[in-house]
Every structure is written in structure tokens, then in C-alpha cells.
Design a protein around this ligand. Structure first.
Ligand code: PGA
Length: 249
């Protein structure tokens, strides 16, 4: 039996004060819905503040990005050890904004996943097709390639969550239907089973892309949809609380 996992991706939003307030609200929401795992991914600069705010709660702290090298001349970057020391227990890898805006290739994603797992950090590996790819009928091909490539350098699915985020649904207000999400989630699970066998049945596969309180329940009711990666709606504590609650239905 998989535990639903709802994670907020705050992207490059919040002030220090609003991040702390939002984190406090997430602690309350998590206490109110203990059957759902709750995570938050604030901007790196607020990780320590948010870690102090959620200390003692079951809210899991994720970074949005990091550099896989242990240290060195990488101006502007944070190493995984730094993120860990600031309180993160995991990080997002392969988010479409990183792939599209910062040139992260499948090979970079694979290196980042392996480096994170080597340090004991959890990974939320994001995959998803563009609108062009969906319209061209290559959704499953693209997603399978991203899953295979992203996990190429690891031997088990321990500490891995997959987030299926169709690029055309991110920040657009246009989410995949529950049936569209279920189709891809089931395909991802089958793909994982080829390499990882029975572990595939236990892996959490989140849906992401314009998840809102109104759409969360139907998406999360699908058998292979085990949670949500939430951008915009995670910045509104009431909306995020409703999405968490939908995971308990
Ligand atoms: P959105 O973002 O909910 O604002 O579409 C989701 C994500 O990018 O993780």
C-alpha cells in the first residue's frame, strides 16, 4: 500500500516572512491529515528558516535544485551536502523548468539523481511531455525515455519518487484529466517494473501540473496517482491544505 505524498514546489516565490508563515500552515495541514505525507520545496535561501519552522513535525523538506559535485568552482550553486546541512532531506531533479530554462539534459539528470542518492537524499524525479510531443503521439515514448535515463545510474528505487508533470499543464491552469494522468502513471509503473521488478509497485508516482483543490480529488482517486507536486496552489495555504486533504479521501 502506497502513502499519498503531496509536495509543494514554491519555485522562486515567497519572502522570508511569507515562507515561514506558509511553512507553519503546512505543519498544521499535515497534522490535520496525518495519513498523507506532506513535503515542501522552498527557495534554497529559506531552507534553514523553514527547517527550523517545521522542526518536530512530519513535513518533509526538499530543495528545488542543487549541484551534484561535492564542492568546487561552481559560482552560484549549492552542493547537496550544503542543502542537507540546511535541513533538506531530498530534492527535485529534472523539473521541466530546469530542463527547458537551464539546459538540463537527461544525462545531467542521471548524474544528479545518483549523486543525491549516494548522499542519502530523497529524489523527486520529474518527467513529462510537451504539448507538441503529446499532439504528436509520443507521450509514453518521451516519458519512458526520461524515466530510463534519469534512473540509469542507480540500482534500486529506494528514496525515489516520480512526478509526472505534463509540460503543457504546468502553470497554465490546464491540467491533465484523471484518465490521462492514470494512463501515463500506469505506463511509468510498468516501465519501472522492467528494471526494478517488485519495487515498482511500491514507488510513489505524483501528478503535477495546475493541481487545484477542485481537481485534486479526482486525480488522486486514480489507482496509480499517489500524490501531487503542486506549484501555484501550494503558495496559498488554504488551497494547499485542501489538496492535502483530498489525498486522504
Ligand atoms: P503548477 O506547477 O502547479 O503551478 O502547475 C507544478 C510544478 O511545476 O511542479
Amino acid at each position: 500500500m502506497r502513502t499519498n505524498f503531496v509536495c509543494g514546489n514554491w519555485k522562486m516565490n515567497t519572502t522570508r516572512a511569507s515562507a515561514i508563515a506558509l511553512a507553519e500552515a503546512c505543519v498544521v495541514a499535515s497534522r490535520q491529515t496525518p495519513s498523507v505525507r506532506v513535503g515542501i520545496a522552498p527557495p534554497a535561501i529559506w531552507l534553514s528558516d523553514v527547517a527550523a519552522t517545521i522542526a518536530g513535525s512530519s513535513v518533509a523538506l526538499f530543495a528545488q535544485n542543487g549541484h551534484p559535485a561535492a564542492s568546487g568552482a561552481f559560482t552560484g550553486e549549492s552542493s547537496y551536502a550544503m542543502l542537507k546541512e540546511a535541513g533538506a532531506i531530498g530534492l527535485l531533479v529534472g523539473h521541466s523548468e530546469r530542463r527547458q530554462l537551464f539546459g538540463e539534459t537527461d544525462a545531467v539528470v542521471a548524474t544528479k539523481v545518483a549523486a543525491a542518492r549516494a548522499l542519502g537524499l530523497e529524489v523527486i524525479l520529474c518527467v513529462g511531455e510537451t504539448l507538441e510531443e503529446r499532439d504528436g503521439g509520443t507521450t509514453l515514448q518521451v516519458v519512458n525515455r526520461q524515466v530510463d535515463a534519469g534512473l540509469a545510474e542507480i540500482a534500486t528505487l529506494d528514496g525515489i519518487t516520480i512526478a509526472y508533470e505534463p509540460v503543457w499543464a504546468i502553470g497554465t491552469g490546464r491540467n491533465a484529466t484523471a484518465a490521462q494522468a492514470q494512463e501515463v502513471h500506469a505506463a511509468i509503473r510498468s516501465r519501472l517494473a522492467i528494471r526494478f521488478g517488485a519495487q515498482a509497485a511500491a514507488v510513489v508516482i505524483q501528478y503535477g501540473g495546475s493541481v487545484k483543490p477542485e481537481t485534486a480529488a479526482s486525480l488522486l482517486a486514480e489507482s496509480d496517482v499517489d500524490g501531487a507536486l503542486v506549484g501555484g496552489a501550494s503558495l496559498d495555504s488554504a488551497a494547499f491544505g485542501s489538496i492535502i486533504a483530498a489525498g486522504a479521501l
